[in-house]
Design a protein around this ligand. Structure first.
Ligand code: MG
Ligand code: ZN
Length: 218
């Protein structure tokens, strides 16, 4: 969690973050890279989804890069690297979210000319990533049916700060006693009917093509 106690200081931190995010966005745009900030809780399936999308993009000759954001460790980094993604590991140390400056530093370590799409996997957290735009073209939030059917009601901010919301693991909804329609209705209500939550099952390769299309990655 944040140790920011003074409103003024928080304002400065967020303004500085917004400036750097702006620079990241221009940098990625200048290199013709389509970028997605992938947010979501721990275990929602962010890494698996990124790998699945990268495999599908590779078939069409579209090259994927990634920044693996985690508090510590290199598990996601290794999974993505083993899947052939040009990935950089980005450990935040104590922070529970990525910020634009971490992304800026990670971008310097990526062979920017060898990728067409960049996924930035944020730290597993549904709270503060919402406040820290990174400069990506799109912000996506991934939740899974295993988290219960009250996720939208509990974390409205992150859904309001995202362009795309994904409900993963729909194949096991009935086993965890979750009604997919409750989650989807909450989301639809929250966005004033402007957006529909997308469903997918990475494991069964359902809804992933639709997601890639919605993100305009191919
Ligand atoms: Mg992960
Ligand atoms: Zn945080």
């Amino acid at each position: 969690m944040h140790n920011i106690t003074e409103i003024g200081m928080e304002y400065d931190v967020l303004r500085e973050n917004a400036n750097i995010a702006h620079m990241n966005h221009h940098f990625l745009e200048d290199h013709n890279i389509r970028s997605v900030d992938v947010m979501g809780s721990i275990g929602s399936g962010k890494t698996s989804l990124i790998i699945k999308m990268a495999e599908k993009l590779a078939v069409k000759g579209i090259r994927t890069g990634a920044i693996a954001g985690d508090v510590t460790g290199d598990d996601d980094y290794k999974r993505m690297r083993n899947a052939g993604i040009s990935v950089v590991n980005c450990n935040t140390g104590h922070e529970c979210h990525l910020d634009a400056n971490m992304v800026k530093r990670s971008l310097k370590k990526i062979d920017i000319h060898s990728i067409d799409v960049l996924f930035i996997e944020n730290v597993g957290n549904l709270v503060c990533p919402a406040d820290f735009p990174l400069g990506a073209d799109l912000r996506a939030v991934v939740i899974s049916t295993t988290e219960g059917d009250d996720m939208v009601r509990k974390h409205p901010d992150i859904f309001l700060h995202s362009d795309i919301a994904v409900l993963n693991k729909t194949d096991i909804a009935e086993y965890v006693d979750v009604d997919v329609n409750v989650i989807k209705n909450d989301y639809s209500k929250l966005t004033g009917g402007a957006r529909e939550m997308m469903e997918c099952s990475v494991r069964h390769d359902k809804g992933v093509n639709e997601l890639i299309a919605a993100m305009k990655l191919w």
